[in-house]
Design a protein around this ligand. Structure first.
Ligand SMILES: Cc1cc2nc3c(=O)[nH]c(=O)nc-3n(C[C@H](O)[C@H](O)[C@H](O)COP(=O)(O)O)c2cc1C
Ligand code: SF4
Length: 522
């Protein structure tokens, strides 16, 4: 009997040696005369266990990890090909608490299937959403997405159905779907995981968006730092085209939709939708003033849906299971599930998809398992480099859009970066300004000049911490500068940089305070 062994192909696992492990298993099996079939799957998102190898048994898949190539002979000796026990055994994959506690809707297939097998995709429920969509009118599709309560997962949380409706209602000879796969936020990897681990779900979501809005052409915009994701999506596009999922007659519906991948050089601001559109048009990635909205005048001046990977990849299940099914997950105005990315100094870093509504503390302390260093958590930054820092006293904040806004923070792309008690929050505040200065597109003054002045003022505070002078005046200056950037910037790069700075100042004021000369000398 041939044993199926799953070795992930996603770039994080490959960076950790997954290719070598696949080769070692193949060689070892041949030498021992054991019949194995290696399936390269997407990552399950349990990154502290990667490369995590799974063996298919009658009881289910048994996981082993983290595996090194040198572990392979020992695994065979122990009989892992029949699911036997071994020091690296994690038991049944589905029973691993980190996975078992999740509600996987968007990531339902990621890690289960061969990402390049359309047949495997369909066996696990793929294409059911698109098959339903092609039988509906565009208005019905848009209405379903609106009713599901899906909000943009790229950062702003704007209702996806409303955006689609604007594009549907716009009259134009050509409309576009643009998938924002720039994924520039620190500590985020959900978009990459889907592109590498289940690209068909994204293609299906884009095709549904096209049919819903009358857009016949789609572009996936991502950065050059994602070569594996680009290759995976491009390969999936070719397969989907051959199978009639993309092309002039989507699933025999008589409606057309096709797409291609476009690569940017990798600038944080090119994730901002108007800057992205400029980059896509071959121009410099500078932010455009709004209005006009991209939904009315987007790519090449035509009505354009710009949606994040997660937003589009969540659409197929909504069209498959219905608006109410999706809407019933979550809390308040945050419906459905959110793929949270746990990173930084944390024991169990990875992808955790769950319904909105968990307290932040539960996510980082229980699910994430606290810090990797074993030291106390001092701060977590939520929502990328423009997100606020939360101290443990704020860990009761519920993970949903409104609760985070009320707590002077933002969810952003749902990335969480954990820091232990050795973090210097003054340095983190400086980093926020420095990041903004480096990544600013330069179009507006509060951001272009403000971020540079911010670095200077923080440096003066750092100096004042030692000589004990002038700190209060500098802190007042920072606060004032943050107000100007918040209200005067054209886009959220300058407008949100105050979140990390002000939250650091508010929750960790001691890091900005002067120490006596004696203490400093110590
Ligand atoms: C500086 C900046 C960077 C951004 N980066 C991204 C990004 O990498 N990916 C993304 O989807 N949205 C990003 N956004 C948000 C986009 O402008 C836009 O709101 C989003 O693509 C809309 O899709 P959604 O409604 O599906 O979230 C960024 C915004 C700003 C201001
Ligand atoms: S806030 Fe910064 S990135 Fe945004 S438009 Fe102004 S200069 Fe450009």
């Amino acid at each position: 009997m041939t044993t199926r062994i799953f070795v992930p192909l996603d770039s994080a696992s490959v960076a950790l040696g997954a290719d070598e492990i696949a080769a070692a298993i193949t060689a070892e099996a041949a030498q021992r005369g054991v019949a194995v079939e290696i399936v390269r799957n997407g990552s399950r998102g349990l990154y502290w266990l990667e490369p995590m190898v799974e063996v298919e048994t009658l009881k289910g898949r048994i996981a082993y990890g983290p595996v090194a190539p040198s572990d392979v002979p020992g695994l065979f000796d122990a009989g892992f090909q029949s699911g036997a026990d071994h020091a690296l055994s994690q038991g049944l994959t589905e029973e691993i608490p980190f996975l078992k506690k999740q509600t996987r809707l968007t990531f339902a297939r990621c890690g289960l299937t061969d990402p390049h097998s359309l047949q495997s995709y369909e066996e696990f429920g793929g294409l059911r959403g698109l098959r339903n969509a092609v039988k509906m009118t565009p208005e019905e599709i848009v209405e379903t997405v609106t009713r599901s309560g899906l909000r943009g997962r790229g950062g702003a949380g704007f209702p996806t159905g409303i955006k689609w409706n604007t594009v549907l209602q716009a009259a134009a000879d050509q409309k576009y779907i643009v998938c924002n796969a720039d994924e520039g936020d620190s500590g985020t990897f959900a978009d990459r995981m889907i592109m590498e681990g289940d690209p068909f779900v994204l293609i299906e979501g884009m095709a549904i968006a096209g049919i819903a809005t009358g857009a016949t052409k789609g572009y996936l915009y991502t950065r050059s730092e994602y070569p594996d994701a680009i290759a995976a999506v491009e390969q999936a596009i070719v397969i989907a085209r051959k199978a009639g999922v993309l092309g002039p007659d989507v699933l025999g519906s008589g409606r057309a939709f096709d797409m291609e991948v476009r690569m940017g050089a990798g600038a944080y601001v090119c994730g901002e939708e108007t800057s992205l559109l400029n980059s896509l048009e071959g121009k410099r990635g500078v932010v455009r003033a709004k209005p006009p909205l991209p939904a009315l005048e987007g790519f090449l001046g035509r009505p354009t849906v710009v949606n994040n990977v997660m937003s589009l990849a969540s659409v197929p299940i909504i069209l498959d299971r219905g608006a109410e099914f999706y809407r019933d997950y979550g809390v308040g105005k945050s419906h459905g599930t959110i793929p949270i990315q746990i990173a930084g100094n944390v024991r169990h870093g990875g992808l955790f998809e769950t319904a909105f509504g968990l307290p932040l503390g539960e996510i980082v302390e229980e699910i994430g398992g606290g810090t990797l260093t074993g030291r106390p958590i001092r701060a977590v930054q939520v929502g990328g480099p423009l997100g606020a820092y939360f101290p443990p006293s704020k860990f009761d904040t519920i993970f949903d859009y409104e609760s985070f806004t009320d707590a002077d923070g933002l969810i952003g792309h749902a990335g969480i970066v954990v820091f232990d008690d050795t973090v210097d929050m003054l340095k983190q505040a400086r980093f926020a300004f420095e990041f903004c200065a480096l990544e600013s597109c330069g179009k507006c003054t509060p951001c272009r000049i403000g971020a540079v002045r911010g670095v200077e003022v923080i440096d003066r505070i750092a100096a004042g911490k030692v000589d004990g002078e002038n700190v209060d005046a500098q802190i007042e200056l920072v606060t004032d500068l943050c107000e100007t950037m918040k209200f005067g910037s054209l886009c959220a790069l300058g407008g949100f940089t105050p979140f990390p700075v002000v939250s650091a100042l508010t929750h960790f004021p001691e890091d900005f305070r002067p120490r006596t000369l004696k203490q400093a000398a110590e």
